[in-house]
Design a binder for this molecule. Structure first.
Ligand code: F58
Length: 819
């Protein structure tokens, strides 16, 4: 149990009284009428009383100390359930379990009542959540700024194998017990209108925005509780409300309420999270979300700065703003606008402050995910910002001209404005020009950012482009989700590893210890049983925990290649039925993935996997050797059951496409062996665990690029490999869709006629071979146990505490401040 955390403040009787009070006064329940849900809510409220007190104390302390802080701006924070995690951070898990037991309630059951706040899509949003946890654990002063979506990522179900989406009202009708409304922090956000010039009282020519409408931003704080310390940092989520009545004077002054936004209801702005992963849609409402988020957040940062008695000139000394991808980029012209139009600073002074305040993280090289916004749209919604972006670009183009005189091609390439029939603003270019640091999220990815995405920027701004390898929080992703393993680790290396993951290396010396191997594998078996129970209860599929549990859980995307995994399953199916000499260790292939609702091929892949699952799970000819389980509605709380239960972790993206991956790290920490390409953080994981303890296959980045340049022909592989052909051709039959041949043919078509953009066929043979190697090695349980233990032992680099220290030391220049 944490020593110096928030434990000492715990008074059991007072806590129980608080729970009772909330049960009766907040949720109008009596002991007789209370449901598990009302008990969970009342308990959550009682706990939030403690965390809110510490949140206010932390805020006050940081203001008094004039501490330098980071402001993490992200459109997504995929935090997952807070109650269990916060109990661990507060050091109150056992105390509260006991207190609730005395009230006749089982804590584990109550924790199941919480619905996941799914305020993010996938990796990027989950990273933001891990980072907040690590900032608080290490007491680096921080505020997370996000949006208070009414609906989080859609809920997924399957109807006849096809994905069906439903809205995710994550707060329920009662509201979320951990959130606290901060009405005093409300902000007014302007939109539309025009820009006018005027002469101020000193005779200086100025510009100002005359907006046509405004909305109100209301702040909700969620507590990010520091593990084993007293600090609590806010995750501040803005909700948009309409602030009626609109200024009538403006309405009378011409047609300000254009057809484009007259129908707009302010309540729409934060209604729903856009469900795209690695794909940019360019919708006006999305731009409005982004600006609303930035306007509220920048105003709040300036409010805090001033309230602590600091001058605007010292902004970049006390505050840094990290942009989580380009989604909050509009914060840059917003700060410039405020500095110039409201604080009356000149361009140079404003630029000096702004460009030393912002830093930017790039999470993708995929061209379709690089954000651009139509100039016309920005011009209409944010006319003053567009003017400022033009000015930034104008000055930048002069700099380019100095470095590459007369070179129009390089100007066209680097310009923030992309020319064409519809001029577009390239948000990534705006970020690189306007920030003091740009980082990729894994060593390989950051090299590719420099080499392929921004080579000229790297020349122009030496040292600006850097790397910070991602990480994940060991509190949620080992201690909380894998109590069996955690107890074993603590026994061997002491119990301070969750805050000091380097300590976990102490396990290395037990990798060959037969007794330890046995206990380690027994924990794995229990975790597999926990997952098998979930599957049996929720899906009615019975599983054998002696089988290899092989898991691929991540968003559904062609570049992540769930269909490569499927092709191997089809190959196994084919061999089990047609090759009498073929044998395999029983294996269960698990999938968990949501497809963006508009992404047809991704949805087809889900359908295909579900149809194959239906068949193989019920085919007696397979002798139970092959099972396929597609877990519906994959989310953080299910991830907490899946990661600890894995034997094999699937990280099989086309080399160069997955910026980092973070699930890969969670699996390895929990003792799964990776089958993966030389992509993202897999490369660094291999460096840490050694080549013998990871299964690497497939083309390297440069081989992928070369093959594409030479003209890749998927048919070449199809014709040359009879197993591949057998697997592919199964997709055209009615083997898995009886009576309806061709229902799965879209995938085959995409791979052959569609040119196989992610080189699935090129990597197939090596993937199959590597899976065979895994099959053989799993049969030697001692060797397998050794490798699994070494994976746990050698993962300390991938704690998000280390990532945050890298940011703090190399980019933000932050010092911890304890409460
Ligand atoms: C992910 N990006 C990367 N984007 O794909 C993954 O490799 C990396 O580990 C992770 O970021 C953290 O660095 C990602 O999840 C999104 O979901 C965006 C959401 C908004 C629209 C564009 C994609």
């Amino acid at each position: 149990m944490p020593k110096n955390g928030q434990t000492q403040q715990f008074n059991k009787a007072a806590f129980q009284a608080a729970v009772e009070k909330h049960l009766t006064t907040t949720y109008a329940s009596t002991d007789e009428t209370a449901t598990a849900r009302s008990w969970y809510l009342a308990m959550g409220k009682a706990l939030a009383e403690i965390s809110t007190g510490n949140l206010l104390a932390t805020e006050k302390n940081l203001a008094e100390q004039k501490a330098r802080s980071v402001n993490y701006l992200s459109l997504e924070f995929l935090i997952g359930r807070l109650t269990g995690n916060n109990l661990i951070s507060m050091g109150l898990y056992e105390n509260v379990a006991e207190a609730m037991e005395e009230m006749g309630q089982n804590l584990t059951d109550l924790l199941e009542e919480e619905r996941d706040p799914a305020l993010g899509n996938g990796g990027l949003g989950r990273l933001a959540a891990c980072f907040m946890d690590s900032l608080a654990a290490q007491e680096y002063p921080a505020v997370g700024y996000g949006l208070h979506y009414e609906y989080g990522l859609f809920r997924q179900s399957f109807v006849d194998g096809r994905q069906v989406e439903a809205p995710d009202a994550w707060r329920g009708i009662e509201g979320y017990p951990w959130e606290v409304l901060r009405p005093e922090l409300s902000q007014e956000v302007s939109l539309y209108g025009h820009v006018e010039g005027y002469t101020d009282e000193n005779g200086v020519e100025c510009r100002r925005w005359v907006p046509a409408m405004s909305v109100e931003g209301v702040a909700w704080d969620l507590p990010i509780v520091g593990y084993d310390n007293k600090s609590v940092y806010p995750l501040r989520l803005w909700e948009c409300r309409s602030n009626a009545p609109f200024s009538l004077a403006r309405f009378n002054d011409g047609d300000y309420v254009g057809a484009q936004y007259s129908a707009l209801e302010a309540g729409n702005v934060t209604k729903v999270l856009y469900p795209n992963d690695n794909h940019d849609q360019g919708k006006a409402l999305r731009l409005m979300q982004q600006y609303f988020h930035c306007a509220c957040s920048v105003a709040d940062i300036l409010r805090r700065h001033e309230a602590a008695g600091n001058s605007i000139e010292s902004l970049s000394e006390l505050e840094t703003i990290q942009l989580n991808d380009t989604h909050p980029t509009i914060a840059i012209p917003e700060l410039m606008r405020i500095l110039m139009d409201e604080y009356k600073l000149g361009w140079e002074s404003a630029w000096e402050i702004s460009s030393k305040t912002f830093a930017y993280t790039n999470h993708t090289l995929l061209p379709e995910a690089l954000e651009t916004w139509s100039e016309a749209l920005i011009q209409q919604m944010l006319p003053r910002h567009m003017e400022i972006i033009f000015e930034i670009n104008h000055r930048f183009m002069k700099q380019v001209e100095q470095t590459w005189p007369g070179n129009n091609e390089v100007k066209r390439k680097l310009s923030i404005i992309q020319e064409g029939p519809q001029r577009m603003v390239r948000m990534a270019n705006l970020c690189v020009v306007s920030t003091y640091a740009v980082n990729g999220v894994a060593a390989l990815h950051s090299e590719l950012v420099k080499r392929d995405l921004f080579p000229e920027f790297n020349e122009l701004f030496p040292g600006r482009l850097t790397n910070v390898t991602n990480g994940v929080t060991p509190r949620r992703w080992i201690k909380y989700c894998n109590p069996g393993l955690s107890a074993l680790i603590s026994e061997k290396v002491g119990n301070d590893w969750p805050a000091n993951l380097e300590k976990i290396a102490g396990l290395e010396k037990f990798a060959d210890d037969a007794a330890f191997q046995k206990r380690y594998m027994a924990v794995k078996k229990e975790n597999k049983q926990r997952l098998a129970n979930w599957v049996e209860e929720n899906m009615g599929i019975e599983l054998d925990t002696d089988a290899i549990f092989d898991i691929q859980i991540k968003r559904l995307h062609e570049y992540k290649r769930q269909h490569l995994n499927l092709l191997n399953i089809l190959a196994l199916y084919h061999r089990l039925l047609n090759d009498p000499t073929f044998d395999m260790h029983p294996r269960v292939f698990f999938f968990g993935a949501k497809a963006a609702p508009g992404y047809a091929l991704a949805k087809d892949i889900i359908f295909a996997i579900n149809k194959v699952a239906e068949k193989v799970n019920n085919d007696p000819r397979l002798g139970g050797k092959l099972k396929v389980v597609f877990i519906p509605d994959y989310r953080v709380s299910l991830a907490e059951i899946l990661f600890p239960a894995a034997d094999v972790s699937e990280q099989i993206s086309t080399a160069g496409k997955e910026a980092s991956g973070t699930g890969n790290m969670k699996f390895a920490m929990n003792g799964a062996l990776t089958i993966g390409t030389m992509d993202g953080a897999n490369v660094e994981m291999r460096e840490e665990v050694g080549d013998e303890n990871i299964f690497i296959f497939g083309l390297l980045v440069d081989e992928v690029q070369k093959l594409k340049q030479e003209g890749y022909d998927p048919y070449r592989y199809y014709h040359a490999d009879s197993l591949l052909r057998a697997a592919m051709d199964l997709l055209e039959t009615d083997e898995f869709t009886p009576g309806n041949p061709g229902q799965l043919a879209a995938i085959r078509h995409n791979l052959l006629e569609g040119g196989d953009p992610y080189l699935v066929l090129a990597d197939f043979a090596d993937y199959v071979k590597t899976q065979e190697k895994i099959d053989a090695e799993y049969r030697d349980q001692k060797t397998w146990a050794r490798k699994a233990i070494l994976n746990t032992a050698l993962m300390s680099k991938f704690s998000s505490d280390r990532s945050i220290r890298d940011y703090a030391n190399n980019i933000w220049k932050l010092e911890p401040v304890s409460l």
